[in-house]
Design a protein around this ligand. Structure first.
Ligand SMILES: *[C@@H]1O[C@H](CO)[C@@H](O)[C@H](O)[C@H]1NC(C)=O
Length: 282
């Protein structure tokens, strides 16, 4: 069986969604997450726990976190981003471990003024060090419909996927001395917050608070992984994401996304890395 992040089997994906709707594999925001930030600005909208919204106003943003921690897994959700003038807002979906030398895998969507594209910012941190940013513009307007964003994290690689299309692969290059997130369990987080200074090139575009509250929606939360409990991890048997890799077609899709939609790549930033690209880039 293939992971539902993978669009190569649309029939099977449909089947899995059908199963979701009767509740067998369904994630539920009621059951699986805590709205840990925002004092009522985050809300679950239905009894099944399928739809959640986060909002942001002048006083605070909001966010939720998964109840469970995972060491490897597949985290998938559908998101509809803040419409209209979203400059200065950042909507996120990411995995992160606690502590000062944390690991983290990020999807962060930087808002923009009306009619201008969002920037999707991706990054991978190991032991508290990131510096692996790749940014994209999207091939669709992420504020009109829900789209599926997925992080696959297994011992060999991290794959970022949008609507089944892989856009980035971060391989385990520990054999050449590049740290890989492989021993710190992570929780899934999502948030909507204000980062005018970071998100809009040093505060170039101001957040338009007259449009507040800003709202982003999340639905069909589905996170499965090796659940971390009492210092031990237990993995589902034969989970497809655990060994998932990119085949020829998957690699071509990454090339497509990167050649057409990538707007920043740390690997080619010579100003930042004057002595040559980081090892994992070559
Ligand atoms: C906003 O849109 C402009 C293009 O119109 C783009 O250059 C810029 O990177 C975008 N800013 C963000 C934060 O996405």
């Amino acid at each position: 069986m293939k992971s539902s992040c993978d669009a190569r089997f649309p029939f099977l994906t449909l089947f899995l969604f059908a199963v979701h709707s009767v509740g067998v594999y369904a994630g539920s925001f009621h059951k699986d997450v805590q709205i840990h930030w925002g004092d009522g600005r985050g809300k679950i909208h239905d009894n099944l726990g399928n739809l959640l919204s986060l909002s942001l106003d002048k006083f605070s943003g909001s966010g939720f976190q998964s109840n469970q921690e995972f060491l490897y897994g597949k985290a998938e959700v559908q998101m509809k981003l803040v419409p209209g003038n979203s400059a200065g807002t950042v909507t996120t979906f990411y995995l992160k471990s606690p502590g000062l030398t944390w690991d983290e895998i990020d999807f962060e969507f930087l808002g923009n003024i009306s009619g201008h594209p969002y920037t999707l910012h991706t990054n991978v941190y190991t032991k508290g060090t990131g510096d692996k940013e790749q940014q994209f513009h999207l091939w669709f307007d992420p504020t009109i419909d829900f789209h599926t964003y997925c992080i696959t994290w297994n011992p060999q690689r991290v794959i970022f996927t949008i609507d089944g299309i892989p856009i980035r692969e971060f391989k385990n290059s520990a054999s050449i001395g590049v740290p890989f997130p492989n021993d710190q369990p992570m929780r899934l987080y999502a948030s909507l917050w204000e980062a005018e200074h970071w998100a809009t090139r040093g505060g170039l575009e101001k957040t338009d608070w007259s449009k507040a509250p800003f709202t982003a929606s999340y639905r069909n939360y589905n996170v499965e992984g090796c659940v971390w409990l009492n210092g031990k991890s237990s993995c589902p048997v034969n989970a497809p994401w655990f060994t998932q890799e990119l085949d020829f077609k998957g690699k071509n899709r990454v090339k497509w996304a990167q050649s057409k939609y990538m707007v920043y790549n740390y690997c080619t930033d010579k100003k930042r890395f004057p002595r040559g690209a980081p090892q994992e880039c070559t």
